[in-house]
Ligand binder design. Sequence first.
Ligand code: ADP
Ligand code: ZN
Length: 436
Amino acid sequence: MEKRYYQREIETMPYEQMRALQSERLCKQVRHVWDNVPFYRAKMEEKGLTPDDIKSVDDLHKLPFICKDDLRDQYPYGLLAKPLSDCVRIQSTSGTTGRRVVAFYTQNDVNLWEDCCARAITAVGGTNEDVCQVAYGYGLFTGGPGLNGGSHKVGCLTLPMSSGNTERQIQFMMDLGATILCCTPSYAAYIGEALKEMGYKPEDNKLKAGIFGAEPWTNEMRRDIEKSLGIKAYDIYGLTETTGPGVSFECEEQTGMHVNEDHFIPEIIDPDTGEVLPEGEKGELVFTSITKEAFPLLRYRTRDICVLSRKKCSCGRTLIKMAKPMGRSDDMLIIRGVNVFPSQIETVLLKEGYSPNYQIVVDRVNNTDTFDVNVEMTPEMFSDTVKGTQAAEAKLVNAMLNMLGIRPSVHLVAPKSITRSEGKAVRVVDKRKLHD
Ligand code: ADP
Ligand code: ZN
């Protein structure tokens, strides 16, 4: 693939220069929130800080963290740093883990966010020759509006499909020759499955690339989607609190996502102590948005577990890379004292040749955690004997035991019996929470 960048100078900027740019923007941002957001001023004063204490990125660690509960407490206007008359848009989180958070945007904020998404589309080979099908939800969810704006900036013909209505998605994909598909990875897998059922082969569509994010997905799932759609599948990451998709994006190397560091400074911290960890160590991802005007966040704790790396990338971008997030710290299940991430189960299933349709059910019976994994049989297995099914279940139990160090009960269920997702998939039903 020919090397293309949307904003070459920024995307390939030498580290020292980027660091200077970040420092300049950080100082300005700290002053902005100090002057305009009483909540931040109070938090800084609590630590004995004034804006004069923040002179460069080296001082970032001195600033207090902000977490999702702060955002919920300050709902709706407590963190607004611009007059409402300067704001042109709100977006809201999906509410995956609790009460929704509302974020505000000035026109400039929207503009910079769309630049970030345009970088992502360009990085997968997108140009004004492309037809970009946006099948993320539109509306309060950031996925649709973000990629839509980025697609316009790149000059692609944009199909603003939103999620759902899979038959219509496929009809437009085929009739209009979509070349880039943007949606959640679980919806991409579903579209792949639907295409096959309708009798299409992977080479029948014109798609070349997909930009999939908004939820954790494994590399095994990537390969599966690439096969079923006949494309290259790229990751994109973001969160409403900082903008939406495009905080980071994958390039042709497909080995992690470049963070748009000119807008967001990433840190990895120890989630228990709050201590900043050195590059390469796994911990909680924290972002400081240094260009957002209406809803700036300093040291926002994402709860996403991740690793950062400055290893040189063959694409020529110098932007730091983040690994695929394993999931959020609050997605992590503690079952009988063992840490379990849904992504580990997904890895096992896809390696063993199953589809990524599964659900984890955890409960507590007589003070002991129960741990069940429902997995769809492959269509070939459906006609299998009871004995064959039992043997297949036992094989999965062993593979999961090896991966997790804890034994689940695996139940093979009929194909299609687990609800497909058009947005973010719900992988876990934790009934223990309902009893508490
Ligand atoms: P909610 O927190 O309600 O789901 P958002 O829609 O803003 O709200 O989702 C942001 C979250 O989605 C991130 O914090 C992260 O946990 C998850 N996420 C987004 N993109 C990815 C990705 N590429 N890989 C893994 N997780 C992702
Ligand atoms: Zn790269």
